[in-house]
Design a protein around this ligand. Structure first.
Ligand code: NAP
Length: 489
């Protein structure tokens, strides 16, 4: 496995911990090596030290795992080179051959592109030009994992797809969206399709609307320059949140395999009605955090963060109303919101059901009865809850909503594996079910790009919101207009 961009943050924070977890579980092939490639000058030992320091810092290694690490780290190598320079590839090829020979490693090759996204195209091109996109042996495979973001807008995503597919076949390409590797996200499919009682009510006849929330308490931290060029719509909605929406809304696939699952998701993307530019002001809200207090701590505003250009209009909060034009979901809005510096870190999908058709308990105010809601909690406190009304014990007829709760921690104990562990392993096995296919990436951008264009033309203002609140009031007003309210998770 060759990690390009190996001196970076992702490698030490996620990729190496993910691989080490596979080693811990005995799931790595015995003849296996990782070669890190980037420009920073290091030898193998310095690379191993750098990674171990990351493992310790992020709490990814137990006190008793020293021997395991020592064995694992002997399979880690480093090659200093600029991957965007064609002259690097001859020496790189020689290093790969030498490592292969020494470890009797077979013919397969897994590339992991973990560089700044502007380098994906040139690197892919150079892999093609140097013949490293194909195995030299008949029984070998070459695959490539490409990190997010995949494109910047519809045009650049199409261009990147074109370039990648001129060098690799679609079966070789694994576009990673780490949300799909989360246990809780995979469980959406199990919850829906391995149980008989939910699917019959999972449609327009019973569901009033769906809310998908991804809230963070943190600000842009030290990712200011990257974030300012992206914003919440690109950073969260185009990939993670639309993937959650697709899993929530898709039809049951005929088989649980990569083609069938991804075909059904694609149909959802194609059925989402793009927001017409004239409706962008009514169906989207963008906001930017101002100073405030989060978790009892004072927080500065976005414009005062490090390396944020003066007067930036990048959104740190976004809310959207989407509709899906198909038989199952016609008339059911999907409200999506994501933001930084909100009061709570939570990602959840809430299915709000319609009220009862007949009000039997006339003395009880409608709002006390509430709606039945199924909440799938993606993170943290992973689990699923069902909210329903019950009678408060006593002589009078009073009701109160209560929840039935499933918690991963309580039912299964232990910590859930990180998404990267699962996804890297799937790629090694050649299973792309939990990766995004090229057509779905393009389809997601084709929903997002018209919103970006309308925003650019300044059809909607960027509303400031106080850090530590649930975003701008305009987001509440968007739901008020539909006689609905955002949940307060
Ligand atoms: N970090 C995360 O948690 C995270 C999460 C999701 C997705 N991602 C994505 O994963 C990718 C890698 O993220 P990261 O945080 O590891 O990025 P990073 O720390 O900024 O660096 C990635 C690597 O790219 C190399 N690089 C930078 N500029 C280069 C240039 N001009 N020419 C050649 N190499 C260059 C750097 O190595 P040298 O300077 O040594 O060459 C570095 O090792 C990005 O696309 C990011 O969007 C990251």
């Amino acid at each position: 496995m060759i990690i390009v961009g190996a001196s970076g943050d992702l490698t030490k924070r996620k990729l190496i911990p993910g691989l080490f977890d596979l080693a811990r579980k005995g799931m790595l092939p015995s003849r296996f090596a990782v070669l890190g490639v980037s420009r920073t000058d290091m030898d193998d030992d310095a690379f191993r030290e750098h990674l171990l320091e990351g493992m310790n810092r992020f709490g990814q290694i137990g006190k008793s795992e020293k021997d395991l690490w020592n064995g694992f780290s002997r399979q880690l190598f480093y090659h200093a080179a600029d991957p965007s320079d064609h002259s690097s590839y001859q020496a790189l090829s020689e290093t790969i051959t030498a490592i292969r020979k020494r470890g009797q490693i077979g013919p397969h090759l897994l590339w992991y592109l973990s560089t700044p996204p502007r380098l994906y195209e040139p690197i892919v091109e150079l892999l093609g030009a140097s013949g490293m996109n194909r195995s030299s042996e008949a029984d070998g495979w070459v695959r490539i994992i490409i990190e997010k973001p995949f494109g910047y807008d519809l045009e650049s995503a199409k261009e990147l797809n074109r370039k990648v597919l001129s060098v690799f076949d679609e079966e070789q390409v694994y576009r990673i969206d780490h949300y799909l590797g989360k246990e809780t996200v995979q469980n959406i499919l199990v919850f829906r399709f391995a149980n008989g009682i939910f699917e019959p009510v999972w449609n327009r006849n019973y569901v009033d609307h769906v809310q998908i929330t991804a809230a963070e308490t943190v600000g842009v931290e030290n990712r200011g320059p990257y974030y300012d060029g992206a914003g919440a719509l690109r950073d969260m909605v185009q990939n993670h949140m639309l993937q959650l929406l697709a899993l929530t809304a898709m039809e049951p696939p005929v088989l649980f395999d990569a083609r069938q699952v991804r075909d059904e998701k694609q149909k959802v993307f194609e059925a989402i009605r793009p927001i017409p530019s004239g409706a962008v002001a009514l169906r989207t809200v963008r906001g930017q955090y101002a100073a405030g207090t989060v978790g009892g701590k004072e927080a500065r505003g976005y414009l005062d963060e490090k390396e944020i250009p003066e007067g930036s209009t990048t959104e740190t909060f976004v809310a959207l109303k989407l509709t899906i034009d198909n038989w199952r979901w016609a008339g059911v809005p999907f409200y999506i919101r994501s933001g930084k510096r909100l009061p709570k870190r939570v990602t959840e999908i809430a299915i709000q059901f319609k009220r009862t058709p007949h009000r039997l308990f006339l003395d009880i105010p409608v709002e006390r009865l509430g709606n039945n809601t199924i909440v799938i909690r993606i993170q943290p406190d992973e689990g699923i809850s069902l909210r329903f009304g019950t009678k408060v014990p006593g002589a009078t007829m009073k009701t109160r909503p209560v929840t039935m709760d499933f918690r991963y921690g309580a039912s299964f104990g232990g910590r859930l594996a990180d998404a990267y562990t699962r996804l890297i392993h799937d790629c090694m096995l050649g299973d792309p079910t939990l990766y995004a296919r090229g057509d779905s990436v393009n389809a997601a951008w084709s929903l997002i790009t018209p919103v970006q264009d309308a925003w650019k033309e300044n059809e909607t203002p960027v509303f400031p919101y106080e850090s530590g609140t649930w975003g701008p009031e305009a987001a509440d007003e968007m739901l008020d207009r539909d006689n609905r309210k955002w949940r307060r998770p």
